[in-house]
Design a protein around this ligand. Structure first.
Ligand SMILES: [Zn+2]
Length: 382
C-alpha cells in the first residue's frame, strides 16, 4: 500500500488542498482531505510537499520521442521514456509507409504491446495513414496512400493482432464512408484527418459513427463561412472529440482558445503528435525516409512543412495554462479524463476504483514523480 500525502489534488474536477491519495496494488482506493483519510501505518508514504498531484497524462497521438520511433520495435523504449513527461497512457501512432513496411511494423508493435516493459501503458495503436487524402498530405507521402476499404483495414488489424483502437482517415476518399459502421462495430474509433471533406460529407460521416478528429486545424479543409469544411464540422458536431496539439507551434494560442470555447474542455483531447525527434537537440535527422530538421522547438521538412511536434504532452498542459490562460484544473481535463473516456478506460481521474496513474508536478508544472498503476516509473534526481 502507498499513500501520497500533503499534495494539492486535482481530481481534476475538484481541487483538494493538502489532500491524501491511498493506493493499493494498481488502484486508487481513497482520495480525500488529510482529516478524512487515515494513512495505515504499513503504507509507504510519498510526501508531495505541496506539489500538484494530478492524473497521469493520456496521449492519443504520439509517434515517438528522443530518437525512438513508436512504429516498430523501438516502441519498447518509447514506453520506458514517456513517464518523464508525465505520460502514463498512450496510443502508439503510425504514419504512412509502403504497405509491406507498415504491416511488419504493426507486427513488431503488437509484440511490444503484448509483452511491454515497465513504463507508460501503451493501450493500443492509432493508425494514421495510409487512408488519407493526397490533397492534405501534411508531411506524409501520397504515393503510399490508399482509400480505406474494410478488407484493407482488416489486413492491418490482423498484422497488429487486434491492437488498432483508432484510425485516422479521409472519409471522402473512395468507399471510406461505408467502412465507418464496420469500424465502430469492431470497437475501433473512427477519426477524420488529412481530409478535404465538405461539411455535408462530415455530417454524413457523423451519422455513420465518426466520433473523433485528428490534430484539429492541421491537414484538414479549413472553415469558410459558406463552406464550413472539416474544421467547421469538427466545431459544430458535439459527437466529435477534437484532438488539439498544444505545442504552441502548430496552432496560434488564440485559435486554441477558440476551439476550447466552442467545444468546451469536455469535447477536446489534448495530444502531442510528438515525432520520434521530439526532445532531441537542434539538427538534421531522418524520419519516414526523409530529412527532418529540428530547430526552435519545431520539426520541419526541408520545405518548411511541419513534421509532427517537438514537445510532449506535459508542455501542452503548461501551454494551456500559460498561453491560453486556463486554470490548471481546466487544462488537465482534455489531457486526462476526456482521453480516458474516449478509450473507455477507468483512468484519467483521481478517484477510488481508478488506475493509480498519478503525476506530481512542481511549481513550474514539470513532472517530478510518475506512477503507472501504482508503480513508480519516473522520479527526478533531487
Ligand atoms: Zn497527421
Amino acid at each position: 500500500m502507498k499513500a501520497i500525502v500533503n499534495g494539492n489534488l486535482y481530481t481534476p474536477d475538484q481541487v483538494l488542498a493538502r489532500g491524501t491519495v491511498l493506493i493499493e496494488d494498481e488502484w486508487i482506493t481513497g482520495v480525500g482531505s488529510a482529516d478524512a483519510l487515515t494513512v495505515p501505518p504499513e503504507a509507504e508514504v510519498i510526501d508531495a510537499e505541496g506539489m500538484a498531484v494530478v492524473p497521469g497524462f493520456i496521449d492519443l497521438h504520439l509517434h515517438g520521442l528522443r530518437g525512438h520511433d513508436a512504429m516498430g520495435p523501438d516502441l519498447a523504449q518509447v514506453i520506458r521514456e514517456l513517464p518523464a513527461f508525465g505520460v502514463t497512457t498512450f496510443l502508439a501512432t503510425t504514419l504512412t509507409l509502403p504497405r509491406e513496411e507498415t504491416l511488419a511494423a504493426l507486427q513488431a508493435m503488437a509484440d511490444v504491446l503484448d509483452w511491454p516493459p515497465s513504463g507508460a501503458q501503451g493501450v493500443g495503436i492509432h493508425l494514421e495513414g495510409p487512408f488519407l487524402s493526397p490533397t492534405r498530405q501534411g508531411m506524409a507521402t501520397p504515393d503510399w496512400f490508399e482509400p480505406l476499404t474494410w478488407d484493407s483495414f482488416q489486413a492491418f488489424q490482423q498484422a497488429a493482432r487486434g491492437h488498432i483502437r483508432l484510425v485516422t482517415f479521409a472519409p471522402e476518399v473512395g468507399e471510406a464512408m461505408a467502412c465507418i459502421p464496420h469500424l465502430t462495430g469492431a470497437g475501433v474509433l473512427a477519426a477524420i484527418g488529412h481530409s478535404s471533406a465538405t461539411f455535408e460529407q462530415v455530417a454524413q460521416a457523423v451519422q455513420l459513427g465518426l466520433c473523433h478528429a485528428s490534430h484539429t486545424f492541421n491537414a484538414m479543409r479549413p472553415l469558410h463561412h459558406r463552406e464550413p469544411g472539416v474544421v467547421g464540422a469538427v466545431m459544430y458536431f458535439d459527437q466529435i472529440v477534437a484532438q488539439l496539439i498544444a505545442d504552441g507551434v502548430h496552432i496560434h494560442p488564440a485559435v486554441m482558445a477558440i476551439l476550447l470555447r466552442v467545444k468546451g474542455v469536455e469535447r477536446v483531447a489534448l495530444v502531442s503528435d510528438a515525432a520520434p525527434l521530439a526532445g532531441l537537440p537542434d539538427g538534421e535527422y531522418e524520419w519516414e525516409h526523409k530529412p527532418v530538421f529540428v530547430r526552435d522547438g519545431a520539426c520541419r521538412l526541408a520545405d518548411g512543412t511541419l513534421a509532427s511536434a517537438h514537445a510532449l504532452l506535459d508542455a501542452g498542459v503548461r501551454n494551456l495554462v500559460e498561453l491560453v490562460g486556463l486554470p490548471l484544473e481546466q487544462a488537465l481535463v482534455p489531457a486526462t479524463r476526456i482521453a480516458a473516456e474516449v478509450l473507455g478506460l477507468r483512468k484519467g481521474r483521481l478517484a477510488p476504483g481508478y488506475d493509480a496513474d498519478i503525476v506530481l508536478l512542481d511549481g513550474d508544472l514539470r513532472p517530478v514523480l510518475t506512477l503507472v498503476r501504482g508503480e513508480t516509473v519516473f522520479e527526478t534526481e533531487e
